[in-house]
Design a protein around this ligand. Structure first.
Ligand SMILES: [Zn+2]
Length: 65
């Protein structure tokens, strides 16, 4: 019984570590996906979406070549 209990808790720890690793990797993956679409305005350095014609923060006209 004692061995079963320790095996079960080992499984729980492994599952928790696995879940944490998958969660962290998935989180970084999502962040990198979102960050890939974000650009910084060269004038005011605020985050803007790539492809916008005018910076919503400072009104600078942006050229995407
Ligand atoms: Zn700007």
């Amino acid at each position: 019984m004692a061995q079963e209990t320790s095996l079960n808790s080992n499984d729980d720890v492994l599952a928790a570590i696995l879940g944490a690793v998958i969660g962290i990797v998935g989180g970084f993956f999502l962040i990198s996906l979102l960050e890939g679409k974000k650009q910084k305005c060269p004038v005011c350095n605020n985050n803007i979406e790539q492809g916008v014609g005018v910076c919503p923060h400072c009104g600078a006209v942006l050229q995407w070549s």
